[in-house]
Design a protein. Sequence first.
Length: 262
Amino acid sequence: MKDEFFKSMNAVISKCLPGNSIDCVVFGYENYQLKTLLLKWKQEDLWSLPGGFIYLDEDLDAAAVRVLKERTGVTSMFLDQFYTFGEKERSKMNSKIISARFSNYTQQDLFGKNNFVEWIDKRFITTGYLALANIEKTLVNPDVFSEKYAWVNVHNLPELLLDHNKIIERALHQLRIQLNYMPIGISLLPEKFTMQDVQKLYEAILQKPLERSNFQRKMLKLDIFKREEKQLTGAANKAPYLYSFNKEKYNELLTRGIGFNY
């Protein structure tokens, strides 16, 4: 099994660009919480972002699309390159990867098979991509290093591998400052939703309360919603209306910026 692992990984790196990687911050929304996708390493109490390497004959954006497809099973989601992380200290953290992943391997195991070990132990620059995904539509596939996944509240993260906490923090900052230009609602909300659902989503992202009547008035003024039936969860006269997005108007407005003040 050990021989097969190194054989397969050496075959992978022979096709990849050395010293460069991709890390994806995939935001999802569930139970009024903004969450991000994390992977747990095999046999180790280590969590990390979904990421991967770049093929030698592959464009950077194409690599990010491929990585997300492999990890989530989704072929179409909002995806945006937001920052490149190239601090020299990142290379010092790689020793944690090597010691954790190969702690059960002897020097004899590694002798003559360590192309991959040497390759991954060098300095890496990683490009961060921000993605928005409907959690219910994802089918996450842990990679060769990981054994399971979790959608974790972005405001209650564990200590992650390398600088992945910093990458998520930067992605969250990007999400907030570009909120009027990203398809937040159409990507993260269900097909039908209440105005309260929209408000809770924005509050989860911004981490602050928003005044209900003012928020709903401004939202409805954008003319990007279609009013549907009432949400019958109690007395009919108190049931809120459900809404869906007018996708054509929504996407057209995004090109100019929604212009919503928070």
